[in-house]
Design a protein around this ligand. Structure first.
Ligand code: AMP
Length: 301
């Protein structure tokens, strides 16, 4: 089943203890789409400005991605983001951010995409997430991600978004910020009162925690790997693997959700092995499935 995504397309500059990658392709929708396209057909919606140095069509050439929702806004500038990772790689600071197109009106959903049933609202302004979702006729499963800057400065929009989604996939620090609660189980329970029936908290190297409104819980560690070059996009590709698997299966019951979290975990472990999309570009679906089997072995006792 097709999976619709909107989010940011970024010109990123990333510094890690392994080096620096300047003006590389990034953005939440880009990482998500690359990851999800291993599992299902992806309908991509996003905007860049006339300064965008990347050929997005070339980036997704040969992938199962429909780019009719890609808009090049001649009068605008592309979203830019720069971040630095500390020695542990789990801590990141944002050095610079220019919202540019993300502060403007939302992209138009092509008519052919309006019947999408699975929708992911990757990190972008909550107002854009809401307005994009309003153009989809009858979605059956809507998940979203958000970030510190939207939680701090766009509280009303974000509260509205929370009432319209089934699942929130969010970083641990941001879950604590949103719920005003340091204990992550309590934070998840607090977020569940805001609207979604599923909350998935990403904890970087420590794995993830999924909590459902009915009290069900699932925890999984990260895939143990020594190849950690650049964690940028790990969260977006975790969501891409997870949502791609669910959309392909057309099911969202608890067992499916657990396997989806495992696929997300594995795809993220490939993303962090290189800067930008390098880690994801060199793998196949078979590599993902092989690593999933290893993760199963590592976590069963
Ligand atoms: P992640 O490491 O999964 O949190 O994703 C990092 C990606 O998100 C980078 O490629 C950035 O371009 C993009 N990004 C960073 N900040 C934001 C933001 N506030 N809104 C949307 N996308 C962002």
């Amino acid at each position: 089943m097709p999976l619709l995504v909107t989010g940011s397309i970024g010109i990123d500059t990333v510094k890690t203890p392994h080096g620096c990658s300047e003006n590389c392709i990034g953005g939440s929708a880009i990482y998500f789409t690359m990851a999800a396209s291993f599992f299902t057909h992806v309908r991509f919606i996003g905007v860049v400005g006339s300064d965008c140095p990347f050929n997005i069509r070339e980036i997704f050439a040969g992938k199962d991605v429909d780019l009719r929702g890609l808009e090049i806004r001649r009068t605008s500038k592309t979203f830019r983001w720069a971040g630095t990772y500390m020695e542990t790689m789990d801590d990141r600071v944002t050095d610079h951010m220019e919202l540019n197109v993300l502060a403007e009106h939302p992209p138009i959903v092509p008519k052919a995409f309006a019947d999408s049933r699975f929708v992911f609202l990757a990190n972008t302004a909550p107002r854009l997430q809401i307005e994009l979702l309003s153009q989809i006729k009858s979605p059956i499963f809507v998940a979203a991600d958000t970030m510190d800057c939207w939680i701090r400065d766009y509280t009303a929009d974000l509260s509205e978004l929370m009432t319209k989604i089934d699942c929130l996939i969010i970083n641990a620090d941001e879950a604590s910020l949103l719920a005003r609660q340091l204990n992550l189980v309590r934070a998840a329970e607090q977020i569940l009162t805001m609207g979604p029936s599923i909350v998935i908290i990403k904890k970087g190297e420590s794995g993830s925690l999924m909590c459902l409104k009915d009290g069900s819980k699932f925890v999984l560690p990260a895939y143990p790997t020594t190849e950690v070059v650049d964690p940028t996009g790990a969260g977006d590709s975790f969501a891409g693997g997870l949502m791609g698997y669910l959309a392909h299966a057309r099911k969202t019951d608890f067992d499916m959700l657990k396997t989806a979290v495992a696929y997300g975990t594995v795809v993220a472990s490939f993303t962090i092995a290189g800067f930008s999309l390098d880690g994801l570009k060199k793998i196949t679906r078979q590599d993902i499935d092989n690593r999933l089997e290893m993760l199963r072995k590592f976590t069963s006792f």
